[in-house]
Design a protein around this ligand. Sequence first.
Ligand code: AMP
Length: 281
Amino acid sequence: MKIIEKISEMKNLIRSWKEKKLRIALVPTMGYLHEGHLSLVRKAKALGDKTVVSIFVNPLQFGPKEDFREYPRDLERDKALLEKEGVDTVFVPLAEEMYPSNFQTYVEVTQLTQGLCGAFRPGHFKGVTTVVLKLFNIIEPDWAIFGEKDYQQLKVIQQMVKDLNLEVKIIGCPTVREKDGLAMSSRNTYLSSEERISALSLYKALNLAEELIKRGEKESKEIKKKLKELISSFPYTQVQYIELVDPETLEPVEKVEKPILCALAVWVGKTRLIDNKIISP
Ligand code: AMP
């Protein structure tokens, strides 16, 4: 397995693959890998002749008060996991090369980024789309694999690909969960053992939403109220948002009459967790 830091070296390798007509699948990550990431890697392996995993904690997508510095990193462990999966190349670009001092070009999806996480993390998705477009330009993948765990991110990237006529096919993969239902996340390592118990409130709330909807509840307001009550009954929790939205437009839905996305962001202690589920009435 090759580890590449330099953009020029990555581009040379890609050129040699393209000459041989090899097809490339890319999995962009911020590292500190878990089974969720590895499920994307397995999908990539099944699709492409060559698999590239990028590991880059992208400073551009963190707000000034967010956890860029604390974000967990363990490159040696990540490499060992990826080697075992049979990944061809790990691209670990240097921040100085990705964003030299005179960097001044950004790409922004304007509407899908307004609600949900976008409303609370100004500039976040602009950072995501900018880095992902750079990775697409460097690696020229035939496929790029993303998790539904970050549902809004997946939609925003699909929109960018469509709007900018990119050739890459975007593949979404289901959320991988711990045995008890907690969505896997690199940020789960921040949780104390007591907070870990409260973190399960997100999954429980999504299940409650499903139960209410299946029982015939249509009023988003009622559903959101009940979910908030449930989450707030767990210590250390602070709800940032609970939304029921159209799964395509991400616009809020008042009455549940077709499949909706229930999306949550909750602070558990100092850790911000997100989760979501598509629910059909
Ligand atoms: P991150 O390293 O958190 O930026 O995530 C890299 C990719 O892994 C993104 O496409 C995420 O949506 C995806 N991902 C993160 N957690 C999970 C999970 N629990 N299940 C499936 N995919 C995930």
